[in-house]
Design a protein around this ligand. Structure first.
Ligand code: NAD
Ligand code: UGA
Length: 466
């Protein structure tokens, strides 16, 4: 079968990865026609909204890229059948959460959305199609993909497929910069022609030295390994933060000291309330599952400890808040500053704020939550409890979403900073202190507040790692 030069690409899944990644592809490659597909019509209509503040995800710089390309060479659509048929290259960028039931529940990735994409591609594709795994997948998923794609009922052989792995390494909150200036682009596969077609797209803006070609299994495993190493670094520094608090060392000084060793490097060493986000935990759980399946229990146990430490960090922070507030938070108002799993995103998936808030609610606290980007609906979904505005000092636990830090602090006994939003570094501590019940506490789990000023104002303070 002859192969056409890639002109039309589509991406199945218009989420945190599919949307920004395809927007950057369209921006950097004016000759490509790029269509992003989703089964969720509301999401697609938000991507098509004229009001760019309605885009389904908040990502700095994304609105400008969308404005430049949308309806020129970037389209958002629910017409999956027609766009698959028309595509020379299809990216699969659907969600791959941890399985909640059946074999491997709580560890293995649920591949039902990926499988359904493969079946749709097998059915609707025409001619030769390059299928690219963009989602994070267990090693050897490409084998399953090939089996499904090649089992199409079309016996005329009028359709053929090449499968590539091209995992995405972007981080939320800086996705556009990560996509425009990636540390590397990884392409795994066997079909040289297909690899070259994909590499040629990236070469429009990525230097060739940054495009790595590997076998397909190395590519799939590298993505899980990268996330496991990043998460491990956070658990490592969080373990040391706890030690600092006991022995009089200062975590920021320790980080400066170790980070200036070029072998260690100074990035990703901020201690905090534990890592969140949709991927670190699920990808490590998957790594653990894969290792166990190969009988490598010691490997599985090693990675399990990274998760255990992360959970421990969230629990220890919740406990120390309660202990410092005279052993009880029942009926006390606590201002929660930040609910997103990190700054510059509205994403709350696996946010450490969820566990800390749940623990405080369990203790009977009234939480006043302020986050500049997270909606009331997202908090409700994450906590699984409806927002209830209760009378001051009610003994029934409750939470309420506030529109500003000042509003959250009215009558509060404590402030707990849980997300490293830039605006929290410039917070007006005097104003907040005035509004609070005394003695007023400030718990800074992100080391982003000027703690010396807070002390001078009169706050009792706790800062991570000091
Ligand atoms: P997401 O949940 O934001 O988006 C996935 C989208 O796929 C949803 O909108 C869903 O409706 C759609 N979808 C599911 N099945 C579909 C189908 N059959 N047809 C059409 N649409 C379908 O997920 P995400 O955060 O973008 O993650 C996608 C993948 O990328 C995951 O494997 C994740 O591990 C990986 N990843 C995520 C990030 C990140 O920062 N979020 C970074 C790198 C890699
Ligand atoms: C992470 C990886 O950084 C990306 O490379 C990867 O593509 C992505 O996961 C994925 O596969 O989904 P992301 O989860 O968006 O990206 O955000 P990170 O910046 O990695 O932060 C993850 C969590 O670790 C956040 O809760 C953050 O606050 C925390 N963190 C990060 C720290 O506590 N300390 C740090 O020094 C860095």
């Amino acid at each position: 079968m002859s192969r056409n030069h890639v002109r039309n690409i589509c991406c199945i899944g218009a989420g945190y990865v599919g949307g920004p990644t395809m927007a950057v592809f369209a921006d950097e490659c004016p000759d490509l026609n790029v269509t992003v597909l989703d089964i969720n019509p509301e999401k697609i209509s938000l991507w098509n909204s004229n009001d760019l503040s309605e885009l389904p995800i908040f990502e700095p710089g994304l609105d400008k890229v969308i404005l430049r390309c949308r309806n020129i060479n970037l389209f958002f659509s629910t017409d999956i059948e027609a766009n698959i048929a028309n595509a020379d290259m299809i990216f699969i960028s659907v969600n791959t959460p941890t399985k909640t039931r059946g074999i491997g529940a709580g560890k293995a990735l649920d591949l039902k959305w990926v499988e359904s994409c493969a079946r749709q591609i097998a059915k609707f594709a025409t001619g030769h199609t390059i299928v690219v795994e963009k989602s994070t997948l267990p090693v050897r998923t490409a084998e399953v993909m090939k089996t499904i794609l090649n089992s199409s009922n079309d016996h005329s052989k009028s359709k053929t497929f090449s499968v590539l792995s091209n995992p995405e390494f972007l981080a939320e909150g800086c996705a556009i910069n990560d996509l425009k200036n990636p540390d590397r682009v990884l392409i795994g596969g066997e079909d040289e022609l297909a690899i070259n077609e994909l590499a040629n797209i990236y070469l429009n803006w990525v230097p060739s030295s940054k495009i790595l070609r590997t076998n397909i299994w190395s590519s799939e495993l590298s993505k899980l390994t990268a996330n496991a190493f990043l998460a491990q670094r956070i658990s490592s520094i969080n373990s040391i933060s706890a030690l600092c608090e006991k022995c009089g060392a200062n975590i920021e000084e320790v980080v400066d000291a170790i980070g200036s060793d070029t072998r260690i490097g100074n990035q990703f060493l901020n201690s905090g309330p534990g890592f969140g986000g949709s991927c670190f935990q699920k990808d490590i759980l998957n790594l653990i599952y894969i290792a166990s399946n190969y009988g490598l229990d010691d490997v599985a146990n090693y990675w399990q400890e990274v998760l255990n430490l992360n959970n421990w960090q969230k629990e220890r922070i919740s406990k120390l808040i309660v202990q410092n507030l005279f052993g009880t938070v029942t009926g006390k108002r606590i201002a929660i500053l930040g609910f997103a799993f990190k700054a510059n995103t509205n994403d709350t998936r696996e946010s450490p704020a969820i566990q800390v808030c749940e623990n405080l609610l369990e203790e009977g606290a009234n939480l006043a939550i302020y986050d500049p980007k997270v909606s009331q609906e997202s908090i409700e979904l994450a906590l699984g409890v409806k927002e209830t505005s209760v009378d001051e000092f009610s003994e029934l636990s409750s939470w309420v979403k506030c529109n500003s830090d000042v509003e959250a602090c009215i009558g509060a006994d404590a402030i707990v900073v849980l997300t490293n939003w830039e605006q929290f570094t410039n917070i007006s501590l005097n104003k907040l202190y005035e509004k609070m019940r005394k003695p007023a506490w400030l718990f800074d789990t992100r080391a982003c507040i000027d703690i010396d000023t807070a002390k001078k104002i009169g706050f009792n303070t706790w800062r991570i790692g000091i």
